[in-house]
Ligand binder design. Structure first.
Ligand SMILES: *Cc1c(COP(=O)(O)O)cnc(C)c1O
Length: 358
């Protein structure tokens, strides 16, 4: 028999994760995602902003449920099963619920998700429903949903699988480890969208683990980007009514706020904001010039890179990585607003040829 092409992410990095022989690994073969060189983006940065750099996209939309949340969820659900949990609960802007529902289904655990009504991308809701989660939509935002599930987990004896669960952060460190394993060294800058700030926290911790273990010689500057209408860390205050088309980062009071600031300060990086227009510009650019269809929130990392480059904040000759957090098909309604109507012609060869040659 030949070697299996994929191995569970927990297997691959078990020496760095809090698992033992007694941990039942619940996996959908998450992780080991592509690190794609972005040559057309490099060309754009050079021509428009005089930045000569090597840029890679860490495309986490190729995870089993279509977002990086699977990296943390394989850990959180495996540890929940190990602890004898009967069910899990989370608040979600969409992707956490899709991932929790899938891994819970696989493990035979009950799954409850609380979402802000009307602000979940269609694909994500479809996933939670199909995987059999009990979906509770509140007339409120993510921050209110999170408060409620923290209490509900205690009173109903359910395992909380938001990124307040430390195993989520542990699992998400693997993305930083894969980048170092692929490049043979840490990048100079890592750009990443910031919502609840769990992922930037996990990457920074992950980069540090590998540096401490001699797997890399340096640490990247952490460059986090919030959406302008939803930028509590940048503004230095809780945003009561966060607004952005990037619903996955529509969060006004991030759970890992302090840790994100620590990552920024310790790495000499930045946490800044990008407008919805800047996000959508890169969302379209990546799809049409790099062949990578990510969801709007994901494009905040590349929008951040373009902004930083335009401000002269990125050194020439750098190696840069940008996390693309989720798959574009999660939010088909957003994509279709940019789509041109198909040209309608008769079912005749001549009519089709005319269009092809026009
Ligand atoms: C969850 C999520 C984010 C934000 O990650 P945080 O850890 O909450 O900062 C960004 N993009 C996508 C697609 C997500 O699902």
């Amino acid at each position: 028999m030949s070697e299996p092409r994929l191995i569970p992410q927990i297997e691959r990095y078990k020496e760095f994760l809090p698992v033992t022989e007694a941990t039942p690994i619940v996996s959908l073969m998450e992780g080991t995602t592509p690190l794609l060189r972005a040559s057309n983006l490099e060309k754009h940065l050079k021509e428009e902003h005089s930045l000569e750099a090597t840029v890679y996209l860490k495309y986490d939309g190729t995870n089993p449920t279509g977002s990086f949340k699977d990296r943390g969820m394989t850990m959180a659900i495996s540890k929940a099963v190990e602890a004898g949990s009967q069910g899990v609960i989370c608040a979600s802007t969409g992707n956490t619920s899709a991932s929790a529902a899938a891994y819970a289904a696989r493990a035979g655990l009950k799954c409850f998700v609380v979402i802000p009504d009307g602000n979940i991308a269609m694909g994500k809701l479809a996933q939670a429903v199909m995987h059999g989660a009990r979906v509770i939509a509140i007339e409120g935002n993510f921050d209110e949903a999170l408060k409620m599930v923290v209490r509900a987990s205690e009173e109903a004896g359910l395992t909380l699988v938001n990124s307040l669960n430390p195993f989520r952060i542990d699992g998400q460190k693997t993305a930083a480890w894969e980048i170092i394993d692929d490049l043979g060294e840490a990048p100079d800058y890592h750009f990443i969208p910031v919502g609840n700030a769990g992922n930037i926290t996990a990457y920074w911790a992950g980069f540090n683990v590998f540096k401490d273990n001699g797997r890399s010689n340096k640490l990247p500057q952490m460059m986090g980007y919030q959406a302008a209408g939803s930028a509590p860390i940048v503004e230095g205050k809780v945003i009561e009514n966060p607004e952005t088309i990037a619903t996955a980062i529509r969060i006004g009071n991030p759970a890992s706020w302090k840790k994100a600031e620590e990552a920024r300060d310790a790495s000499g990086g930045t946490i800044d904001k990008v407008t919805d227009d800047e996000i959508l510009e890169q969302y379209k650019f990546l799809a049409s010039h790099e062949g990578v269809f990510c969801e709007p929130a994901s494009a905040a990392s590349v929008a951040g890179l373009v902004k930083a480059a335009s401000e002269g904040k990125v050194k020439n000759g750098s190696v840069i990585t940008c996390t693309l957090t989720g798959h574009g098909l999660k939010d088909p309604e957003r994509a279709i607003t940019f789509a041109q109507e198909p040209v309608k012609v008769k079912a005749e060869f001549e009519a089709v040829l005319r269009e092809v040659q026009s």
